[in-house]
Design a protein around this ligand. Sequence first.
Ligand code: CA
Length: 530
Amino acid sequence: MRKFWWNLRGSLIAIISIVVPTMAQSAEVKKPNVVMIFCDDHAFQAISTYGDSRKLIETPNIDRIARQGMKFNRALVPNSICGPSRACVLTGKYNHVNGFYDNSYSVFNGAQPTFPKMLKSAGYQTGVFGKWHLVSDPTGFDEWHILPGQGDYYNPDMIHNGKRLKHEGYTTDLITDHSLEWLAKRDKNKPFLMMVQHKAPHRDWQPALRHLGHDKDRKYPEPETLFDDYSNRGIAVRDQEMTIEKTMTPGDLKLVTSKRLTDEQKKAWDAYYEPRNAEFLKADLKGKDLVRWKYNRYMHDYLGSVKSVDESVGRVLKYLDENGLAEDTIVVYSSDQGFYLGEHGWFDKRWIFEESVRTPLLVRWPSKVKAGSVNQNLVSVIDFAPTFLEAAGVPVPDDIQGRSMVPVLAGATPADWRKSFYYHYYEYPAPHKVRRHYGVVTDRYKMVHFYAPDVDYWELYDNQKDPLELKNMLGQPGYETVEKELKQEVARLRKELKVPEDDNADYDAFVSERKKNRPAAKKKAAKAAE
Ligand code: CA
């Protein structure tokens, strides 16, 4: 009898020793797929789930990610322009650390650690499709099929694993096609990271032919600040070049025909724009009426470009559904920054102000995220890298400056989650003439230092009293303590993030080196990345 129990005990130990590690392993090693859909310049105001009061557009497919996942209302970018924001995403670090400050002179050093590289080392298949905009070739991807530079809206050249190819069609559709083709041919036994990076709706906002006239010549409600006179704010806000009134070109306004079209495409294009342009020229509009016409043309084109992106999201979600991938895949929808849709009379981005610094962020992850949840935490695109790494069970390197959002996504934001966020914009003067500035964003306030090249002053904004950001509160009675605390917070963040003390000299030295030597820098980056 004793022998029986002894044998039984032995068998149980044997069974447990086999089963327990397997269970532990499967809990640990279940690596979710990651689909990151990353748009260029997609304003949250142009996503219906974000509920802009103008009700600019319906985006049912993008909204579905929010309905089935989490919507972030305060996702911020560290530097509101294309290349720098993308460098922050890949590295989880600020631009003074990853070395990509601006679109004019920077070349991404692809030899540095990035989350796609780390996921690839952890057994992921990795692919990036569409806009890249980091000058050097992608590293850390099994497959890349990218637009050179900004890329074109129609019939684009694309670079497929180093080989330049000509494509015919509309770029948003082509990026989707390439992404889904790659998914179909992947190794189904391995997890994947797929980055779908649209060019749309970047300037100059060329919609697909099927979306010309999508709004049936709607007259769009105007933002309250379309005719902002920039009073109560400093020279930086007053003296920029990004107004619908003065900065938009004939190309932006489709008063000239896009040069990339085939004869057949041109026919459809002209059939929409020509009669409307003729009517516009005949009306000979002036002053505010002219601004209003431009605003409406801008909305037609920008929102038309968004429509194709929404369709693309629908195609990707459908593929995941039909192939049994929806449950095990994190789907992220975001943009490299926000964008002005006429607020303050502006288009473009660059500012620490709300429509620019705040980007859309929607995340679906069925096993972690409660459907339909809404989050108000200050999160950022620099948090993507550590989030994906933690989700994949890959240790997050200590020098990453973002923080994993995994607990936030699970609805359990840590008590010490950030209450303030550091912002830093460098690129001046071209284009758009926005002065260099840095500052801090909190739930309620923004404190900003415009520091170069010909300015040196601070401004304070209070979104509770002034949600439209029309008044600098610095020096106003009652703000003395707030001012002091926020300046201290800026100093604390700069120290924590290791921002060089003399930013201006540091960035100037960088620019002058690159001006002399950009092709060499590009070559050096390519070599380092080999
Ligand atoms: Ca952008």
